[in-house]
Ligand binder design. Structure first.
Ligand code: ATR
Length: 523
């Protein structure tokens, strides 16, 4: 299992790193000795919001046991007194962190205090007792003695990390893993440093409880750490599946329950995990939703089947490519030519499209679609879903696009008229819908049409939800139009996915609230 340490300089950067790490990690370690002015409660709740599955380790490393890869400058400023550190670890237990990591060297009193607080809190948080040697790897006999001292406290996990001065030092820490396993004690053991790479790569195969990896090379919390991508590559190679294309972490995370996943590339900034996990929790469903960055859609679908995942969301750029790997595709998705939702019916994978439903549900909140004219800007996948839904509800779509070819194809598929974007001033309709990415963050000052254009419409919709109010919508509001923000469509397409997966009505208002709060924070 992969643990990504968060070593950011500031709380804000740490929150950002957490969002990026959650889709890829099994564990996140909060290095509170490095995160300047770290707000533990906020950091923990952000991890929980992003993933119901990722386990949290809180640690505040002693100065003489804190590795210094790329963070040397910060070691001094972030050092906390022993009292402060103990208070912080206690706070972590109060906040329900899954693990707190304390060094053996902190002594009996501190360790026992943490142990009894864990017990008092019902055992939700567990203890890791650790030993780090930044200079060398002691002889095996010495390491076994250190291990025994740690194990005496009966912690959930013993962690013994040393520095490799020779390649042979790797064998010592790997040996310690076998020693611990024979005693049924969970252990994390490896060597740091340039010569310690072998143990980092092999320790997971020997039974080390987890291994540390970083998102990027510069985020290393200890010398010699590999990236998540590299750790996945080792996994593939050592399992005999030496391929060029990988499905990062799907194979590594087999031991965690996974119920729903997002497949896409990139997925790092996706807000779907936040929205779906909040909804599942509110619905009283003890399941989780995580994001996976996919490079090989066929492999990812095999992973879905193999791990018996209940359902998946599919996003850019896989919505079309995924179709050929499914056992069945529902009629709406076939007509639209794209799948954004997969349901696993006892091993048979069925594809659906809820994008069009998200749009239609949003429109129907304020207008009757039948017999109205909808001018759709753009001619890509989203425009296709919009045109399909509008026709299904008895409305009339008109396609307007920057270039001719896609607009022509789309209009001939649905038997509607089309215009070039430069001609939009000639058209009139009831509702204008933007499906292009013009105006999306960071290009928030752009709009696909001039402000006068909106005056020709009573209703204006944008499918973009970041920013919450695009320039198109702000201009439309000035012209007195009724506006539909893209967030509503995003929430409804997600809610319809949850309905397909669970058969229950999801809490749409809550889903909208968590996303708009997050976007407001970002803005
Ligand atoms: P999606 O699947 O999200 O709809 P897409 O298939 O890439 O995305 O389609 C994007 C649409 O937005 C296209 O119709 C594109 O116009 P072209 O067909 O001329 O490429 C349109 N689009 C993208 N950027 C645009 C811009 N700067 N101005 C106007 N239209 C734009």
């Amino acid at each position: 299992m992969i643990c990504i340490p968060i070593t950011s300089r500031t709380n804000k950067e740490a929150l950002h790193a957490i969002e990026r790490s959650c889709p890829l990690a099994d564990f996140i370690e909060l290095r509170m000795d490095l995160i300047g002015r770290g707000n533990l409660a906020k950091l923990i709740s952000t991890i929980r919001d992003n993933s119901g599955a990722v386990k949290i380790i809180v640690t505040c490393r002693k100065k003489d046991e804190a590795a210094r890869a790329g963070v040397a400058a910060r070691i001094k400023s972030a050092v906390k007194s022993k009292e402060e550190k103990l208070a912080l670890l206690k706070e972590a237990i109060e906040l329900g962190a899954d693990f707190v990591d304390i060094e053996l060297a902190e002594g009996n009193k501190a360790i026992n205090e943490l142990k009894s607080l864990c017990a008092k809190k019902g055992g939700k948080s567990k203890i890791i007792i650790s030993y780090h040697n930044l200079k060398e790897t002691p002889a095996l006999i010495e390491l076994k003695e250190i291990f025994n001292q740690c194990a005496k406290y009966k912690p959930a996990i013993v962690k013994v990390v040393t520095t490799a001065r020779t390649v042979e030092d790797n064998l010592i820490t790997l040996n310690l893993i076998s020693h611990a396993r024979k005693r049924s004690q969970k252990i994390i053991s490896l060597c740091m440093g340039g010569k310690g790479g072998i143990s980092r790569a092999i320790a997971p195969f020997m039974g080390s409880y987890l291994s540390f990896a970083t998102l990027e090379r510069e985020g290393q919390s200890a010398p010699g750490q590999y990236t998540v991508y590299e750790m996945n590559q080792f996994q593939e190679w050592f399992n005999g599946r030496r391929t060029e294309t990988l499905v990062p972490t799907l194979s590594l995370r087999k031991s965690l329950p996974k119920n729903y996943v997002l497949l896409g590339n990139p997925v790092g900034h996706s807000l779907s995990p936040l929205m779906h996990n909040a909804a599942l929790k509110k619905m009283g469903i003890d399941e989780n939703y995580s994001a996976f960055c996919v490079q090989d859609i066929g492999g990812a679908i095999d992973g879905l089947r193999g791990m018996n995942i209940r359902g998946a969301s599919v996003t850019i750029p896989l919505k079309v490519a995924v179709m050929e790997y499914l056992d069945e595709v529902d009629e709406d998705a076939l007509e639209i030519g794209a799948v954004n939702t997969i349901v696993n019916n006892n091993g048979r994978l069925a594809g659906y499209n809820t994008d069009w439903l998200g749009l239609i549900i949003t429109l129907k909140k304020a207008l009757t679609i039948k017999n109205k004219t909808f001018v759709i800007v753009g001619a890509g996948g989203t425009a296709r879903a919009a045109a399909y839904g509008i026709i299904k509800e008895g409305g009339h779509p008109v396609i307007v696009n920057r270039t001719m070819e896609k607009a022509k194809n789309l209009s001939s598929k649905f038997g509607c008229s089309f215009y070039l974007l430069s001609e939009i001033g000639r058209i009139k309709g009831d509702c204008l819908i933007n499906t292009t990415s013009v105006g999306m963050y960071p290009d928030v000052d752009k709009s696909p049409v001039k402000i006068e254009t909106q005056a020709r419409y009573k209703y204006v919709m944008d499918v973009i939800y970041n920013p919450l109010k695009t320039k198109l919508l702000a201009d439309a509001e000035k012209q007195g139009c009724h506006i539909f923000p893209g967030l509503d469509m995003f929430v409804h397409q997600g809610a319809e996915q949850l309905r397909l997966w669970t058969g229950k009505e999801p809490p749409r208002a809550l889903m909208k609230k968590v996303i708009s709060e997050r976007l407001t924070q970002i803005e």
